[in-house]
Design a protein around this ligand. Structure first.
Ligand code: 5GP
Length: 121
């Protein structure tokens, strides 16, 4: 069963978080704990817990998420310098909220994609 998370309440505006974008498929809002100067979350309106739960019918939503990332990156003034799109999946991916979301992060150099090396953890 696809359990709702805090993100569904934000999408429905039951929790007052300013929306940067919303249409019939996706919503976008700033991360509550920004790791870099621009940190935006782009989420499907319907609950898809993880990337593992994506199905063929969701392809339009996934495409829209990228299109919205492009639009917001331009609006935030970070498109030319560049940015990163991140989707975490499950425990090893570091996923905390089980409502699929794409992080749009930028506004400063982001360094190497991953810094883990020789981790035995
Ligand atoms: P994950 O680790 O699941 O990929 O990322 C979840 C993100 O959601 C985290 O960066 C966290 O700061 C953000 N987040 C968690 N709860 C809230 C909330 O209530 N409001 C907003 N705007 N962001 C949240």
């Amino acid at each position: 069963m696809n359990e709702e998370t805090i993100f569904s309440k934000i999408i429905r505006q039951e929790i007052p978080t300013p929306l940067l974008y919303q249409d019939e498929l996706v919503s976008a809002f700033r991360d509550i704990n920004p790791r870099v100067s621009t940190h935006i979350l782009i989420v499907p309106n319907k609950v898809i817990p993880t990337v593992n739960d994506v199905c063929e019918d969701d392809e339009l939503i996934l495409g829209r998420m990228i299109a919205v990332a492009k639009k917001l990156a331009k609006e935030e003034g970070i498109a030319k310098d560049g940015y990163r799109l991140i989707i975490n999946c499950n425990e090893h991916g570091g996923q905390e909220v089980y409502h699929l979301h794409m992080h749009l992060v930028g506004g400063q150099p982001l360094g190497p994609m991953l810094s883990l090396k020789n981790s035995n953890a």
